[in-house]
Ligand binder design. Structure first.
Ligand SMILES: [Zn+2]
Length: 331
């Protein structure tokens, strides 16, 4: 009987995870960062949009985390205008960087109401749900732990195959700066992103991070200019112009400082492997203030200002301008 049951279970076709059912099962709890959304709250906000925009907003599972959690993605396009371009926006690859998820979900809510013409947009509010869940547990427990990686403590943004080799002489002086992951694509979260990028061949991708106030483009791991750097710089300027006063600045990531390189990063991989023009946007300029020394040792606050609204608006302006530029001028 037990064997028969096991056989029937194995023989049954795997059913696709239903987003509405999954989202409704996520417990929403009170927490000490009310200006931010815990993951359950983000999805409680997205689920009604999915229900009210059938055909326009389409959830899908990008992949599964180390702990078996789904990584959700959302495709948005206007059914009346067949898209010819593809834009990917993903966030929260680093566990403590939450403003990026707020920006991603605000962007999703906006484009669902009025999808930009000619471009299909894929939004992944969190590429690292396990890392995020640990930060949520820390906040609830009143603990202040520095967290960057996934459940295996691997920095997903050093887990990609391109430009992993440190060449700068400074790697010998400050080796921690240049450490990569155990092996290329060693983690399920980075493999999920890679598989999606291989399948979709996005024209442009944006990875939302915090903090810094830059629109970074490849290369991150080499000083040389990328072949398309002028076009990427121009798209960065489009986003910069849309932000107005105090706008972020477009820059090649490896030229942030003469000693700085980022090895095995997502933007170098997406650009080198799939030809996707890629940006790492460092949202905000940190949540620390000289006027609030009590925050200086609070890791969550380093990345996430107490009042995120202004930073979410800045991010939205940039993404909106980029989407229209891709769908229009490039379309
Ligand atoms: Zn980051």
């Amino acid at each position: 009987m037990g064997l028969l049951l096991a056989f029937l279970l194995l023989a049954a076709p795997a059913r696709a995870l239903d987003y509405a059912t999954w989202a409704a099962a996520q417990p929403v709890v009170a927490h000490p960062e009310p200006a931010y959304h815990f993951a359950a709250e983000l999805h409680a906000g997205i689920a009604p949009l999915v229900a009210s925009h059938p055909g326009v907003l389409r959830p899908f599972v990008v992949g599964t985390t180390v702990r078996g959690q789904p990584i959700w993605g959302f495709r948005v396009s206007d059914p009346a205008h067949a898209p010819t371009k593809k834009l990917l926006v993903f966030a929260n690859i680093h566990a403590l960087e939450w403003v990026p998820s707020e920006v991603a979900v605000a962007f999703l809510a906006e484009i669902v109401r009025d999808p930009p013409k000619g471009v299909e947009i894929t939004v992944i509010p969190s590429l690292n749900p396990d890392g995020r869940a640990r930060v949520e547990a820390d906040l609830l427990a009143g603990e202040n732990t520095y967290r960057r990686g996934n459940a295996e403590n691997v920095d997903l943004n050093r887990d990609f195959p391109v430009n992993r080799e440190a060449t700068a002489i400074w790697k010998y002086v400050i080796p921690g700066r240049y450490a990569t992951s155990p092996a290329p694509l060693s983690q399920p979260e980075s493999r999920a992103l890679d598989a999606l990028a291989a399948k979709e061949r996005f024209d442009v991708a944006v990875s939302l991070h915090a903090f810094g106030g830059f629109f970074y483009y490849p290369w991150a791991g080499r000083w040389e200019r990328a072949p398309d750097w002028r076009e990427m710089h121009r798209l960065g300027q489009v986003m910069q112009a849309a932000q107005g006063a105090h706008a972020y600045k477009p820059r090649q990531l490896s030229r942030w400082g003469f000693f700085f390189r980022g090895h095995g990063m997502e933007i170098d991989h997406l650009y080198a492997t799939y030809g996707t023009k890629s940006f790492l946007i460092e949202t905000t300029r940190s949540g620390l203030s000289p006027l609030r020394p009590q925050d200086w040792n609070t890791h969550f606050r380093w990345y996430n200002p107490k009042e995120p609204e202004r930073h979410v608006r800045e991010g939205l302006r940039a993404l909106r301008a980029l989407a229209h530029e891709i769908g229009g001028e490039l379309g």
